[in-house]
Design a binder for this molecule. Structure first.
Ligand code: 4AD
Ligand code: MG
Length: 483
């Protein structure tokens, strides 16, 4: 028998093959014994449910049973029988147990009890073995798969935009440098600056902050494309919604205006939520119960009104609110926290950048629904956004979600060469080295639009996890790149 001729626990639970002799492999969650029998709860990650193995000490030696401690990896062959106990329909009567990997009970960090998320972050190499993180990463997988399914079904093409670039697409200057120069002793130009001509790419390079600009090039040929890749931002934000390395989905479409863009984004977000509800119900039910437990320790007025699954259904069943930035400013100016000076940043005039406290007020208190905010002042948005007729605003779109704040950022793009060039000059974006981007406006320009969905923020929303570090396997944040 080949080593991996094993049956996944998910398959056993799906098919309930009573009477079959088969082999499972996985990790021990708990073991309990009385003098007649030992029960081992096994989990192989295929599903949240543990599978019960019943071991008769007359068949399995005491020496082996001793090694079946929490965390150990086992290969168990046995017969599937109807379960005696409640809570499962079948269980495995062990015929033989092979210990593939022991886990010293004195040293194994995960005990069969609740651990804090903070503690688990310090053992990111083992936290996936917990129910919570197993559920989170199965849901994350399902959502990633659904992203591709959605766009493939719509005839979009997946473009792999580069991770190393020479441009800073957002113009925010929050890039990580990529170099092979000896940083202790870099070559210098005659003027005394670092001589990047001698660097690997013969120019300055950095990790990408967004695949958008390259995505625009592809959309100007293939019409509808998307990227889905890692992006990197060296912003020093220690929040529950920022990572230095995160994944972004960026569709870019020729022949779309701002309204087409918003329609696509709303449909896409709803598709992802529906996909999770259709495919991950057992994990979502677990995550909902874990949130309920967490809520019990909060003061009554801070508990959320809806459970996780109801919240997801609520977003599916309601149209997103669409308002302009100007309307939002009016609402915020008149709002209680602004009047009573409760906002950390008071909204005094048109033009103010919205902070997450404002976004969350709009979504969680005022509308109690996802909000699509459009037509921001041009001075607080990127150079590539299309200028509106008023000369003051651009065709930007941010989508705000309850508990998350901004989940999507996008816009219709400036396709008019003269307007774009002027804007780039005003914002000190180097036009010469962006010749390749500008060429799309020179040759066969057309209205087009796109947006970026922060994948981890989406996973946060669907799983209800409060901290973005708990929805990515190996979080990268300021001061933190272990594992
Ligand atoms: O709003 P952003 O900066 O937009 C862009 O990068 C555009 N180029 C997208 C486009 O139009 N193609 O980022 C898009 C989304 C945000 O709405 C947020 O969800 C997420 O990316 N995001 C982050 N997620 C985690 N950690 C960070 N530091 C993030 N910064 C942005
Ligand atoms: Mg944004």
């Amino acid at each position: 028998m080949a080593f991996n001729k094993r049956v996944k626990i998910k398959t056993i639970l799906d098919q309930n093959p009573i009477g079959s002799e088969l082999t499972i492999m996985g990790w021990v969650r708990t073991k309990r014994s009385n003098k007649n029998v030992t029960f081992i709860a096994m989990n192989d990650g295929s599903i949240i449910t543990n599978y019960q193995v019943v071991a008769d000490p007359n068949l399995i030696s005491e020496e082996i049973l001793k090694k079946c401690s929490t965390g150990a990896c086992l290969k168990i062959t046995g017969t599937v029988v109807e379960s005696q106990g409640s809570g499962q329909s079948s269980e495995l009567n062990a015929i033989s147990i092979e210990v593939l990997g022991e886990a010293d009970p004195e040293k194994y960090p995960l005990q069969p009890k609740k651990h804090s998320l903070e503690f688990l972050r310090e053992i990111a190499h083992l936290r996936m073995r917990t129910n919570t993180f197993g559920a989170v990463f199965r849901v994350r997988h399902a959502l990633a798969f659904a992203v591709h399914q959605y766009f493939n079904d719509k005839g979009f093409f997946y473009i792999h935009t580069p991770i190393i670039t020479a441009s800073d697409a957002e113009g925010a200057g929050e890039t990580f440098k990529v170099t092979t120069l000896d940083i202790a002793n870099p070559p210098k130009t005659e003027e005394g600056a670092v001589d990047f001509k001698q660097d690997f790419f013969e120019r300055e390079a950095n990790l990408t902050v967004s695949g958008q600009l390259e995505g625009e090039l592809a959309a100007m040929a293939l019409s509808e494309i998307y990227t889905f890749g890692p992006t990197f931002r060296a912003e020093n934000s220690n929040t529950t919604r920022h990572l230095a390395e995160f994944w972004m989905i960026e569709p870019e479409m020729a022949f779309y205006d701002a309204e087409d863009n918003a329609d696509l984004a709303e449909d896409f977000l709803k598709y992802l939520i529906r996909y999770a509800l259709d495919h991950c119900m057992d994990d979502l039910a677990f995550l909902e119960s874990r949130l309920l437990d967490e809520e019990k320790s909060k003061p009554a007025d801070q508990r959320s009104e809806m459970g996780l699954i109801d919240k997801l259904k609520f977003v599916l069943e309601n149209e997103f609110v669409r308002i302009t930035y100007t309307e939002a400013i009016e609402i915020l100016k008149r709002s209680k926290p602004n009047q009573k000076k409760k906002f950390q940043y008071l909204i005094e005039e048109w033009g103010a950048d919205l902070q997450s406290e404002h976004e969350r007020y709009l979504v969680e208190k005022h509308f109690k629904k996802p909000v699509i905010l459009t037509d921001y002042p041009k001075d607080i948005k990127s150079f590539y956004m299309r200028q509106n007729e008023d000369g003051k605003t651009v065709a930007a779109m941010d989508i705000l979600f309850p508990g998350i704040g901004e989940i999507v950022g996008g816009s219709q793009r400036e396709e008019r060469m003269d307007v774009l060039l002027q804007r780039m000059e005003e914002m000190n974006i180097p036009t010469e080295e962006m010749w390749w981007f500008l060429d799309t406006r020179r040759f066969g320009a057309t209205p087009h639009a796109g947006f970026g969905l922060g994948f981890e923020r989406m996973v946060q929303f669907v799983t209800g996890m409060g901290n973005i570090r708990d929805v990515i396997a190996f979080p990268r944040t300021p001061g933190n790149a272990e594992f």
